[in-house]
Structures are given as structure tokens and as C-alpha cells.
Design a protein around this ligand. Structure first.
Ligand code: ADP
Ligand code: MG
Length: 384
């Protein structure tokens, strides 16, 4: 799937070639899970999998949308009728971006959009952010809005939170908009300051596998809300704005103050140690000690499994099997209760590891997961 294919398809659908084609990637989070709504640190990198958008301006107040991945007819929406809560299908994501831009005072008079993606949907790899960011970047260019990348990410998050109605943090959109090839993005979700951290796996003979379990446990939405509320309770009990404000060195004292609030203790311990793990990984990568991040990733998994309690049988199976077959580190990634895990391994071990994971799933009577290599790839950019 390339720029030429979406250009041709756009012309078939809309009767003329597009004014341009843009790309935005999915992402995987290396470390920093369930920290983003606690004002903490995250460290995603962009996947080679990406969403392409062929787009032209319109001047008659219409937004026309088509996705090769959904098929069917072109969907036609009127800009003056866009409102949160009116759309429960996939078109809410791109329509939400247009709504957020207009609401922020930008003059958008319409667009024709054709999309095509290689980002797996619902696998915790942020196909939704790739979709939002590619549309935002296209309109930013076509309408000369001059918005910076982090600002586009903010507007996309607003589209997803308010228009689509999904309570997500700022990581996904920022990763898709701001990541750079060969780097992971160290993002402070409080002030959105960011640093590109060199993460060139191939040069060191390493690989990072993404293992998509292809399961999504039904209660994930409700559990996310509960964890979020628990973290807010912890911050309130400790008298801070967000759990980010508890320094790692002050963790024991903070936990002691929480007394017998056992659940809150576990949640706080995860968030504070996870922020610290992000900082440790940044330090190790900067020192060129890429292999040494493995055990930190594995520690993060144990914390998500035992303290935050968002793992599941399939994710634990990936991690346990990978570690038993020589992986340097492994952890679930994304919100949990299904989705994907990541495995850091020597390039020479990849085939044996993949086979071991597949066999373990077969032996457990589970659907074979999808395994692929994730190379830190470029963030959103124009293609033509
Ligand atoms: P994730 O972001 O982890 O992939 P989400 O549930 O947040 O999962 O977003 C997935 C949804 O985004 C899909 O169900 C669909 O509505 C929409 N989506 C993502 N990519 C596309 C695409 N290429 N075409 C149409 N809709 C898409
Ligand atoms: Mg998403």
C-alpha cells in the first residue's frame, strides 16, 4: 500500500487526484504505562505501520470520508452539523479532528478524504491516533494553519476525548505526530516537553518484537476508569495534584501515609515506580546500554500484573515464554486486558522465540498471536 495506490483510489472516488498524500504511524510504548493520566512520563516509538490519507480541500462546507479498510460508500457530513456524540462509527475520528480544529477557531471549509492503513486496529497500537493525526496534518498543510506538532496532537486528543468519547491520554497522538526514525520519544505528559532518545536496535544486533495476542477482554473500558479513579484518589489522599508529584525517593513514606488503603497503595506504587523506570531506561539508552533496559521492561510487567492488575493470561504467557527462551526483557504494552506485548531480544534469538511463543499458545488452546518486528520509524509526514 503506497501513495500511488491511495492517489488512484482517491481519483476513482472523488473524480480528480488529491492535492496531497500524508502518512501517520501507529506506535508502541517502550515503557511508561498508565502514567499519562498521572501527569507522568511515557516513552513510545513509531511503528513502520502507518495510515495514509489522500486529501483535497473543498469550499462548500462538506466533509467526505472514505476508508479502504472499512469499504462501502463515501460518507458525506456537513461541517455545520458536526457535534460530539452524534457519530458512533469510524468516521467520528476524522470528523472529530475537523470539529476540534473549527472549535479552536481555524477556518476549515471542507475536505475530501480517502484513508488506507497497515496499523492493526484495536491491538493497542493506536490506529485511532494514526487516523486522527494523518487527517490533522493534512488539513494543517492544506489550510496553512501553521500549527506545531504537539498542538496538532492536543487537538487530536480532544477529538478522541470529546467527539469520539474515549477518555485517552496524550501519548498516542503525540507519538504519531512527533516521533523520529531510530528514536524513542521521552515525553513528559505534564508539560508536553519531549526529547528524542536514540534507540537504534538494528545497529546493536537487537530486535523488538510486538506480539499481538488478538484478544480484547470485554471489561477493559470499565477497568480503565476504575484505575484512573483509584489514582486520583491516591493523589487526593496524598495532597498532590497528580501521582507524578510523588518522588521515587519518597515512595515508602507516601505508602505509609496511605495506611490500609490497600488498593490505592498498589496503584500508587505502580505509577511512581513506573515513572522511575522510564527515567532509568532513558539513562541506560543515553549511556549506550541498550541490553540493560531488558530487566527494567520485565520489572514493569510485574508491576502492571501484580500492582496495577491490568495484565491477563495471554499477556503473561507471552512474557513468561519469551523470558524462558532467552529474551532480554518483555512486558505488556498499552492499556492491558489483551492487546500486545513487546519482547526485546538478540536478533539471533528471534526465530526460536517466535516459535516458542506460538507453540505455547497452541499448547494452551489459545489463538496464535501475530508477531512482528518493530523498527523505530518516522512520525507523521507528507508523502507528496
Ligand atoms: P487502537 O487505537 O488501539 O487501534 P481504538 O479502539 O482506539 O484501537 O481505535 C480503533 C478504531 O479506530 C477502529 O475501530 C475504527 O473505528 C477506527 N480506525 C482506525 N483506523 C482506521 C482506518 N484505517 N479506517 C477506518 N477506521 C479506522
Ligand atoms: Mg486508540
Amino acid at each position: 500500500m503506497g501513495a500511488q495506490r491511495v492517489t488512484e483510489r482517491f481519483a476513482e472516488l472523488y473524480g480528480a487526484p488529491p492535492q496531497g498524500v500524508w502518512a501517520a504511524p501507529g506506535r508502541v510504548n517502550l515503557i511508561g504505562e498508565h502514567t499519562d493520566y498521572n501527569d507522568g512520563f511515557v516513552m513510545p516509538f513509531a511503528l513502520p505501520h502507518r495510515t495514509l490519507a489522500a486529501v483535497s480541500r473543498r469550499d462548500d462546507g462538506l466533509l467526505r470520508l472514505h476508508s479502504a479498510d472499512v469499504g462501502g460508500e463515501v460518507v458525506e457530513l456537513r461541517l455545520d452539523a458536526l457535534a460530539p456524540g452524534t457519530d458512533h462509527g469510524w468516521t467520528a475520528y476524522p470528523a472529530g479532528v475537523v470539529w476540534a480544529l473549527i472549535e479552536a477557531g481555524h477556518e476549515i471549509t471542507g475536505a475530501d478524504v480517502h484513508l488506507s492503513s497497515t496499523v492493526p486496529t484495536g491491538a493497542g497500537l493506536s490506529s485511532s491516533a494514526a487516523l486522527e493525526v494523518v487527517v490533522a496534518l493534512a488539513l494543517n498543510d492544506l489550510y496553512d494553519l501553521g500549527l506545531e506538532r504537539w498542538r496538532l496532537a492536543r487537538l487530536c486528543q480532544r477529538a478522541e476525548n470529546v467527539y469520539v468519547g474515549a477518555p485517552t491520554g496524550i501519548m498516542d497522538q503525540t507519538a504519531s505526530a512527533c516521533c523520529e526514525e531510530g528514536h524513542a520519544l521521552f515525553l513528559d505528559t505534564r508539560d508536553l516537553s519531549q526529547r528524542q532518545i536514540p534507540f537504534d536496535l538494528a545497529a546493536e544486533g537487537l530486535r523488538l518484537l510486538v506480539v499481538d495476542t488478538q484478544v480484547e477482554h470485554a471489561h477493559s473500558g470499565g477497568e480503565y476508569g476504575k484505575r484512573r479513579a483509584g489514582c486520583e484518589k491516591g493523589a487526593a489522599l496524598l495532597g498532590v495534584d497528580a501521582l507524578r508529584d510523588i518522588p521515587h525517593a519518597g515512595l515508602d513514606a507516601a505508602l505509609a501515609r496511605l495506611g490500609d488503603e490497600e488498593e490505592v497503595v498498589r496503584l500508587v506504587r505502580h505509577v511512581v515506580t513506573e515513572d522511575h523506570r522510564v527515567e532509568r531506561v532513558v539513562g541506560l539508552l543515553r549511556a549506550g546500554e541498550t541490553r540493560a533496559i531488558g530487566p527494567v521492561l520485565t520489572e514493569g510487567h510485574a508491576s502492571l500484573r501484580d500492582d496495577f492488575r491490568v495484565s491477563c493470561r495471554e499477556l503473561d504467557l507471552v512474557v513468561d515464554t519469551a523470558l524462558a527462551h532467552g529474551a532480554l526483557g518483555a512486558r505488556m504494552t498499552g492499556g492491558g486486558f489483551g492487546g500486545s506485548a513487546i519482547v526485546l531480544a538478540e536478533a539471533t534469538d528471534v526465530d526460536a522465540l517466535t516459535k516458542a511463543i506460538e507453540e505455547a499458545f497452541t499448547a494452551a488452546g489459545l489463538t496464535t498471536p501475530r508477531v512482528f518486528e518493530a523498527t523505530p520509524s518516522p512520525g507523521a509526514h507528507p508523502l507528496s
